[in-house]
Design a binder for this molecule. Structure first.
Ligand code: ADP
Length: 386
């Protein structure tokens, strides 16, 4: 074997953005996509259309590639075990990945590792939830342990009865105290099978309707002591769980430090800034890690980088906006995912790097929102034209 072939399960934008890194490294890139026109299928060197829950499809795909990795966390763990048992390299492996698939498993493990969890309970009846609410105070946050994304699978509830509908469909739910946080933070780590690790700076993230809208790196004004603690903690998690590839740890910042929100074991929206703002992007690093190659330098290139998502709105013709956006800010970096416009859908993002967090955020926001059509003022610095 000379240059290996990476196989990515899932054809979303994360797989799409791995493609340029595979191209640069000169490795093969094969995607198992849900459809021939999915985001990654438009750009990948090789595409197989297949169902990631179908073991036969996974086995046939595995036979074509040297290492399997993921665009999402929805492949059933038992299928991944079967692939491993047949001798295929799967990164991250199912024993690590389960902590990103099942939030109850993750909470239990964070407790064992001594990481700061919100108070939580596994509930199987409305009475359980009433007891938990009495202990920590309603409202509490109720989550489906598996299958949630972008805020689906998260509800704020004020009584045990509100759990009834979900309990009919899920054997157990995760209840969490509603953390009184000042902002949300995220950190990304890469770890290779040989155990090398690299951590990017901690970022501040902003959600809109449960969807990540913005990230600023490094998190402005973050206490250096807290940043050091988070960096040490995410390395503890990556090592203890045997993570291979990149992992994001999402957190809530609190007056006494932070609480863990959740883990993602793949490139992550809060790491998109690394494409333009860091020496090594999360996508390149992920490929290096799953190939067990030496990792790249995760340092930031500038004092600040902002990433703002282009979220679908009414505007259908997104390309037209390029004439303004690219002329207005020649340093802005636009990344679009080749997806059709639907309200609230993640269609792309814009990265802007520079010296000042406020200014790069304002510039990235203008570019992203102008493409989406939610900002129609071409001169954001001249209020009078609004
Ligand atoms: P998803 O898996 O859909 O991304 P999350 O668990 O990240 O769901 O929750 C989505 C959002 O809900 C979080 O970004 C945060 O704003 C809010 N949230 C989740 N858990 C809590 C909590 N325990 N306390 C307060 N807010 C929370």
């Amino acid at each position: 074997m000379s240059f290996p072939v990476i196989g990515v399960i899932g054809g979303g934008q994360l797989a799409r953005m791995m493609a340029p890194a595979a191209e640069a490294l000169g490795v093969g890139f094969h995607v198992l996509a849900e459809s021939a026109d999915s985001s990654a299928a438009q750009v990948a060197g090789r595409v197989t259309v297949g169902d990631h829950t179908d073991l036969a499809a996974l086995e046939a795909f595995a036979a074509e590639v040297d290492v399997i990795t993921f665009d999402h966390e929805h492949v059933p763990p038992e299928h991944l075990r079967a692939l491993q048992a047949a001798g295929h390299a799967v990164h991250p492996g199912p024993d690590a990945l389960i902590h990103a698939q099942d939030k109850i498993v993750m909470r239990r493990r964070m407790d064992t590792l001594g990481l700061p969890n919100p108070r939580w309970a596994e509930i199987t009846s409305p009475a359980d939830l009433d007891r938990f609410g009495a202990e920590v105070g309603f409202p509490v946050v109720l989550k489906t342990p598996r299958g949630g994304y972008d805020g689906h699978g998260v509800r704020v509830v004020s009584s045990g009865a509100e759990a009834e509908e979900w309990l009919a469909a899920h054997p157990a739910l995760l209840a969490e105290e509603k953390v009184d946080f000042s902002r949300e933070l995220a950190v990304m780590v890469a770890r290779s099978p040989m155990g090398q690790t690299a951590v990017w700076p901690v970022v501040a993230t902003y959600q809109q309707d449960g969807v990540c809208k913005e990230a600023v790196a490094p998190a402005p004004g973050l206490d250096p002591e807290l940043a050091r603690r988070i960096t040490a903690d995410v390395l503890t998690v990556a090592g203890a769980l045997g993570v291979t590839g990149v992992m994001a740890m999402e957190m809530f910042e609190t007056p006494d430090g932070y609480r863990v929100n959740e883990l993602a074991m793949r490139p992550h929206n809060t790491g998109h800034w690394t494409q333009d703002g860091s020496v090594t992007s999360q996508f390149e690093q992920h490929l290096r890690a799953v190939l067990d190659l030496p990792l790249g330098d995760p340092s930031a290139r500038t004092a600040a980088t902002a990433m703002v998502n282009v979220l679908g709105a009414d505007q259908e013709d997104l390309y037209r906006a390029y004439f303004h956006v690219l002329a207005h800010d020649p340093q802005a970096k636009v990344h679009m995912y080749g997806k059709s416009v639907r309200p609230g859908r993640k269609l792309g993002h814009v990265n802007v790097s520079g010296d000042n967090a406020d200014s790069v955020l304002a510039r990235a926001r203008h570019a992203a929102d102008f493409i989406a059509g939610t900002d129609t003022n071409p001169h954001p610095d001249r209020e009078d034209t609004a």
